[in-house]
Design a protein around this ligand. Structure first.
Ligand code: HEC
Length: 183
C-alpha cells in the first residue's frame, strides 16, 4: 500500500514537474519551420530589390566619377553609409532553398521570380559571405573619406568591387533578343 502511494505521488510529482517545464519553455519560433514556397519567392525578391536599391545609389557614384553629376561629398558619404549597411544584410538572404538549381524550373522561367545568383554561392558560402562583408567595409571606408579626391578614388574602388563580386557569384545575364519575324 505504502509502495503504491509512493508510486502514485511520484507520478503526480513528475506530471507537475513536466507541466512546470512546458510552461517555462517559450514557444518555438516559426523561423525553425521550413520556409514555405511563398517565403522562398519573397526572399529572392527581397534580395533582388535590396541589390537594385544599392545599384541606384551606386549609379550616382558612377556619375560623380565620370563627372556627369557634380560631386556632392556630403550626400555621397551618406549613400556610402547606406550601401555599407545594406551589404551587411544582403548575404543573410541566401538560405539554401533559394539556390537556382533547386528552386524549380517554373520559378526560374518567370523573370519576376527568377534568381541570377550563381549556385557556386552554396558550394562556398563562407567565401561569398566574407566578400559581402569586405565590400561593406569598403563602403564604410568611403563614408569616412575626408577629401574629394579620396572619395572619388574610393568610389571607383567600390564600383570595381561590385563588378568583381558579380563575376564570382552572379550568373551571366542572358542577352534578351527581340524576336524578329522571319521575312
Ligand atoms: C557579395 C557579392 C555581391 C556584392 C558585393 C554586390 N553584389 Fe550585386 N548582386 C550579387 C548577386 C549574387 C546578385 C543576384 C541576386 C539574385 O538574382 O538573386 C546581384 C544582383 C545585383 C543587381 C541586379 C538586381 C536585380 O534587379 O535583380 C544589381 C543592380 C547589383 N547587384 C548591383 C550591385 C552594386 C552596385 C554593388 C556594389 C555597391 C553590388 N551589386 C555588390 C552579388 C553582389
Amino acid at each position: 500500500m505504502t509502495k503504491r502511494i509512493l508510486a502514485l505521488s511520484l507520478v503526480a510529482f513528475s506530471l507537475i514537474a513536466a507541466t512546470a517545464y512546458s510552461v517555462a519553455q517559450p514557444p518555438q519560433p516559426d523561423a525553425v519551420a521550413p520556409a514555405s514556397a511563398t517565403r522562398i519567392l519573397d526572399l529572392i525578391t527581397a534580395r533582388r530589390v535590396l541589390m537594385s536599391a544599392i545599384g541606384t545609389k551606386t549609379d550616382i557614384f558612377r556619375g560623380y566619377v565620370d563627372e556627369s553629376i557634380p560631386l556632392d561629398g556630403e550626400r555621397g558619404r551618406e549613400l556610402a553609409g547606406d550601401i555599407s549597411t545594406m551589404l551587411l544584410a544582403f548575404p543573410h538572404l541566401f538560405p539554401p532553398e533559394t539556390n537556382p538549381d533547386t528552386v524549380g524550373e517554373e520559378v526560374q522561367a518567370d523573370p519576376a521570380t527568377s534568381t541570377l545568383a550563381n549556385a557556386a554561392i552554396w558550394d562556398d558560402f563562407d567565401a561569398f559571405y566574407s566578400e559581402a562583408e569586405s565590400v561593406s567595409d569598403l563602403a564604410l571606408q568611403l563614408q569616412e573619406t575626408e577629401t574629394d579626391d579620396a572619395f572619388l578614388a574610393g568610389a571607383t574602388d567600390l564600383i570595381a568591387a561590385c563588378d568583381s563580386c558579380h563575376a564570382n557569384w552572379r550568373q551571366e545575364e542572358e542577352p534578351y533578343e527581340i524576336p524578329i519575324p522571319f521575312q
